[in-house]
Ligand binder design. Structure first.
Ligand code: ADP
Ligand code: ZN
Ligand code: ZN
Length: 725
């Protein structure tokens, strides 16, 4: 009796064997339903071993092997295998993440449920020529002709004004399935390329075939999207598939629309977690069967199986949402680069403000550099002005200068955005009189304020002490944590500018995609004068009437404990500043700060990302933070903090036995947001000089940790290349 080995979504790194009478080698990569404990589970067949790891007599038979869908190919199994290994996650959990739930449950998705190509049939042409009477189906045929390209995807025809008649036209024989099934990918409505765009496209297309990572560094508005579209066009023309990753679901509809318009005959699939289950399964199967031409989606679409894949495009590659922050903590950007290497393909990472990791790769010439230094349509980059708030009395955080600037925009009928930097940065103690900052005496990190037990802690090395009552440097008694609640700004703006329409744009105001789109429409239609927004506003939108961006709370990031905070601040300010003055009107960015001379703001004023990156990397090098070291974070949580900390201390002792030179295990630290959902959390940082050293250590350490007996109440996870430390 054949034995099959199955990856199941369970939180331990183990595979499970079953018997299956009719199993063949070709079933590897197929979904399967099996008995598990007292119930059933769905998983993936990863092998047909000759012998079971347990007593063969105890193996149970499978319930069902899903054979309607083609099996997932070897390169896909290698992809999930890599993610499981690199992020030290159970393979079954990676599979569960990567496969649409409907598919994994093996509840029947048809492989040929695709989006067929239709064209106007000879009978249809005849009717159009004769056209004595009018009908909806006839109107549809005319619209198809006007759309100019034939064949068209059924989904495209459906979207035409008379699209509802597609079934009718098909039944009458006026529309027919295209024979040959070779889509002609005419791109429509494309602009003339700028010289810079043409150059970078040539660079990618004329490079030697094979794996090649590229950084596409282009200022906001330089036309990176046009570059992606042209690269996609070249791939489609060569019969290849395109994978395009975007950071936010909220950004997909606009892009989806642009891509579908540009390539009317292409089968464009969008994949993200907000899709209905059936749609996600169908999209995945179309990718797998090679019917999808372009797959567009958020981080999980990096797991789309694409047999004809030609290129991977990662838009806004610096965006933190590419990193999954729960469960399997993978970085879709990094996995995309691995995927391109595996398949021997180019991968283009695009951004106006690349992550320092990627920028460093480009500087070291491990990645090719593609630059777009000018905006595509003639408009200048915004003017950046710092407002020194040290001696000012702020009104709910708003300086007189910012209020005046908003007033001017109101008079001219333009829009303003008040941008609040209120990420959950850990607050650091500072002295407004002398500029003293609570620094760790043992390492170069900043100490974090834990108000609950009134202590200052280092999240890097774990040392801690009491919160001082006065500034240790100048004796000033008025020392306070940076960063404060700024929810009242909206209310104050309404009082200050009663004639203005004030609109708040944050996660609370835009909980659903529909709400978000409605807000965007309101702004684009000019039906709001002052916007109050958080980081959601920083990304990829064009509002022609927006000419002023005021930034509040920037200093909190300047001195945050998280060493990535300045990088995020610079990225965010450059992105949000890029929102101002995209149209014909020039833009201005006003930054309120107590540190107007800080080099970060100086580089920003000159729009000089490279100068900022050089400075930030120099600082990281001195402190040996990534990318000059490699990190992993072990996190634990339990109803009582003591249990979480004790587990981490135990884990640390276990790890120290096998820690080689060049690898450092730090003390466990309670997290600042210690209590979350009635559980208390703590973390332990591991740092290594080399990636291989870290990986080798984690492999041994995880084995030891999985072998520990812990209380049922305690949970732990490992996070490789953590973003929040
Ligand atoms: P980025 O993604 O680099 O910020 P976009 O791709 O959004 O920039 O392009 C900015 C604007 O410039 C868009 O309105 C786009 O339609 C326009 N654009 C891009 N390339 C060209 C071009 N070659 N000719 C004319 N307009 C262009
Ligand atoms: Zn320290
Ligand atoms: Zn002081």
């Amino acid at each position: 009796m054949p034995i099959i080995r199955v990856a199941l979504p369970v939180p331990i790194p183990q595979l499970f064997d079953y018997t299956a009478e009719d199993a063949l080698e070709s079933d590897v990569g197929r979904c399967v339903r099996v008995p598990f404990g007292r119930g059933e589970k769905s998983g993936l067949i990863v092998g047909l071993p000759d012998a079971a790891e347990v007593d063969a007599a105890r193996l149970k038979p499978v319930l069902h092997i899903q054979r309607e869908v083609p099996p997932l190919p070897d390169d896909w199994l290698a992809l999930v295998g890599f993610v499981a290994r690199y992020y030290h996650a159970p393979l079954g959990e990676v599979v569960a993440l990567a496969l649409p739930p409907g598919l994994r449950r093996a509840d029947g998705v048809s492989a040929d449920d695709t989006d067929p190509l239709l064209e106007v049939a000879p009978a249809g042409r005849q009717v159009m020529a004769d056209a004595r009477r009018d009908s909806k189906a006839l109107a549809l045929l005319r619209e198809c002709e006007e759309a100019g390209v034939s064949p068209l995807r059924r989904s495209v025809i459906r979207a035409l004004p008379s699209g509802a008649a597609v079934g009718d036209a098909f039944r009458r024989g006026w529309l027919q399935l295209t024979v040959g099934n070779v889509p002609r990918h005419h791109a429509t409505g494309r602009p003339e390329l700028t010289d810079e765009q043409a150059t970078v496209i040539d660079q990618v297309l004329n490079a030697a075939p094979g794996f090649r990572p590229w950084l596409l560094q282009g200022v906001t508005g330089s036309g990176k999207t046009e570059v992606y579209l042209r690269l996609a066009e070249a791939m489609l023309a060569a019969g290849k598939q395109v994978l395009m990753l975007v950071p936010e679901i909220a950004l997909t509809p606009q892009l989806e629309h642009r891509v579908a318009q540009r390539f009317p005959a292409a089968n464009v699939i969008s994949l993200h977690s907000a899709l209905a289950e059936g749609a996600r399964s169908r999209g995945f199967v179309q990718a797998l069967s090679g019917h999808a031409d372009i797959v567009l989606g958020t981080r999980l679409s990096v797991f789309a199986p694409l047999p004809r894949l030609g290129i991977i495009l990662v838009d806004e590659e610096h965006d933190a949402s590419y990193k999954q922050q729960e469960g399997v903590r993978y970085s879709a950007r990094d996995v995309a680069v691995w995927r391109a290497r595996q398949r021997g393909l180019p991968v283009v990472l695009g951004s106006a403000t690349p992550s320092l990791e990627t920028w460093q790769h480009a500087r070291a010439e491990r990645y090719g550099l593609l630059s777009l230094s000018r905006r595509a349509v003639a408009s200048s980059l915004p003017k950046v002005r710092g407002v020194d708030t040290r001696r000012l009395k702020l009104d709910e955080g708003l300086s007189p200068a910012l209020q005046a600037a908003i007033g001017e925009r109101l008079e001219r009928g333009e829009q303003s955005l008040v941008f609040l930097n209120r990420r959950g940065y850990a607050p650091v103690l500072s002295c407004p009189a002398c500029g003293w900052i609570s620094r760790c005496p043992h390492c170069s990190a900043n100490l974090v304020v834990h108000l609950a037990d009134r202590r200052l802690r280092c999240h890097h090395c774990g040392c801690d002490g009491p919160i001082p009552h006065a500034c240790p440097s100048c004796g000033n008694q008025d020392i306070q944590p940076f960063g404060r609640g700024t929810q009242r700004i909206e209310a104050r703006l309404i009082e200050l500018f009663p004639q203005a329409r004030v609109l708040r744009v944050d996660r609370d105001a835009a909980r659903t995609r529909a709400q978000w789109e409605a807000l965007l429409d309101t702004i684009a239609a000019g039906e709001a004068d002052i916007l109050v927004g958080t980081q959601m506003m920083a990304k990829g939108h064009d509002f022609p009437k927006l000419t002023l961006v005021g930034v509040i709370g920037a200093d909190a990031s300047l001195h945050a404990a998280d060493f990535r905070a300045p990088e995020r601040l610079f990225q965010q300010l450059m992105q949000v500043g890029g929102r101002a003055g995209r149209g014909a009107l020039p833009g201005e960015v006003v930054i309120q700060t107590e540190y107007p001379g800080h080099p970060l703001f100086q580089h920003l004023a000159r729009h000089d990302f490279d100068a900022f990156a050089r400075m930030a990397l120099d600082e990281r090098k001195v402190a040996s933070f990534p990318p000059f070291s490699y990190q992993a974070m072990l996190r634990a949580d339990a109803p009582v903090l003591k249990d979480a900390v004790e587990f981490l201390q135990h884990a640390r002792r276990l790890g120290e036995a096998s820690a080689a030179a060049g690898l450092r295990l730090f003390d466990p630290v309670p997290m600042r947001l210690t209590r979350l959902a009635r559980r208390e959390r703590a973390q332990l940082l591991v740092e290594a000089d080399e990636r291989g050293l870290l990986q080798g250590f984690l492999l041994q350490w995880m084995k030891l940790l999985y072998a520990q007996r812990t209380s049922r109440e305690l949970r732990w996870q490992i996070d490789v290349d953590p973003l929040d430390v």
